[in-house]
Ligand binder design. Structure first.
Ligand SMILES: [Zn+2]
Ligand SMILES: [Zn+2]
Length: 374
């Protein structure tokens, strides 16, 4: 092991370059910090967008940003004040770090996912280096223990937190409807959910909806047969292609829609599907579309509908610690229920040297992972 520096994949925005870099080996410097050996790092659309220089800001004083925010690692060193972790533990880090302002009540309450000032940082995205490197140091407040049994799939925890935070908000909003809780004890029992998009966030979201009892449909573009559709159908959700099924036919087949979980990042189809959201329904946006020319939306009829049907439209970003804990628990449930389907979400494992095709090449497969260490 080289004590001076280690390999990292990062962007150099000033030169518009994506590169394999030498990055300083981090050291435990605070009592509650841990050093973690990176095992797996997932790649997603956010990383690819940072590599197109749409956003992504290096830390102050650095001309590069180490990428990677979806990570699994193993604790190799603990500070003297670390109470919750020991060497050898598997851990998944959260992504967002709080802003420094005393007047930000959410950050002061460890809820930086709801930061009021915008001065938060995010590892691998905004002003803090990410995990696409051999080791990282992190405070215990930002790490979550993962059971050994989830070693091969725990890199999916972070993308699953998108659904977990979304669902936590859906439960809160729907407390306005205290009458129709399912008799099975599952909060989605007797209700219907639609997932838009069949990428990793969509498929993991469909799994989370199913374990909460929802009848779950996934509406996505690609015509069947295709591997994502097969995966969706294998878990007991139903895949419907927007290329071969019109919105009207889709709505007829699905019936009353209680929840739409958008995981696509495309406004046109999202606002189309909003038109068929049911009475007292919730529509959750999680996708971030790129800036594009304006499109027509039937705004008056949508506004009428949202009011007259008591609908809630929610946007959600990032995730808090409880969402990570729920994601880890649910991933265990997914592994018991659908071991083959869950492992099929990871369609490629690559060495760090493949970073270029993974980040800049044509998107392929479902979830690609960089295996930093075994
Ligand atoms: Zn991501
Ligand atoms: Zn804040």
């Amino acid at each position: 092991m080289n004590n001076g520096s280690m390999r990292a994949v990062g962007v150099i925005p000033g030169r518009r370059e994506v590169a394999l870099l030498q990055h300083a080996m981090p050291r435990v410097s605070g009592p509650t910090e841990l050093k973690v050996r990176t095992l797996d790092v997932g790649i997603c659309g956010t990383d690819r967008e940072i590599c197109s220089f749409a956003y992504g800001t290096p830390p102050d004083g650095s001309d590069y940003l180490v990428l990677g925010h979806e990570a699994l690692g193993e604790v190799v060193e603990t500070g003297p004040g670390v109470t919750k972790f020991k060497t050898g533990d598997l851990v998944v880090p959260t992504v967002r770090r709080p802003c420094p302002h005393d007047h930000c009540p959410s950050c002061r309450d460890a809820r930086q996912d709801f930061c009021f000032t915008g001065d938060f940082t995010e590892r691998g995205i905004k002003m803090t280096h990410g995990f696409m490197t051999e080791y990282f140091v992190e405070d215990q407040a930002h790490l979550n223990i993962v059971p050994r049994a989830l070693r091969d799939v725990a890199v999916l925890v972070e993308p699953l937190t998108v659904a977990e935070k979304a669902l936590a908000q859906v439960w809160q909003v729907q407390q306005r409807l205290p009458w129709n809780n399912g008799s099975s004890g599952l909060r989605g029992a007797g209700k219907t959910a639609v997932v838009l998009g069949a990428g990793p966030v969509g498929i993991l979201g469909a799994m989370a909806l199913l374990v909460n009892g929802f009848k779950t449909y996934v509406y996505s573009r690609s015509a069947e047969p295709n591997p994502k559709a097969a995966l969706v159908n294998s878990i007991g959700a139903k895949y419907i292609s927007s290329a071969t099924t019109s919105l009207a036919d889709f709505a007829r087949e699905v019936g009353t829609i209680d929840l739409v979980y958008e995981a696509l990042g495309v406004a046109k189809i999202s606002f189309e599907v909003m038109k068929v959201l049911g009475l007292n329904g919730v529509f959750v946006f999680t996708g971030i579309p790129p800036h594009k020319p304006a499109i027509p939306v039937e705004a008056d009829s949508l506004m009428r509908q949202v009011v007259l049907m008591n609908q809630a439209i929610i946007g959600t970003v990032n995730a808090d610690r409880p969402a990570f804990e729920t994601a880890i628990r649910d991933l265990g449930t997914f592994q018991e229920r659908w071991p083959d389907s869950l492992s099929k979400i990871i369609t490629g494992r690559h060495p760090m040297e493949n970073y270029r095709e993974l980040l800049l090449g044509k998107a392929a497969g479902i979830k690609n992972v960089i295996t930093v260490a075994q």
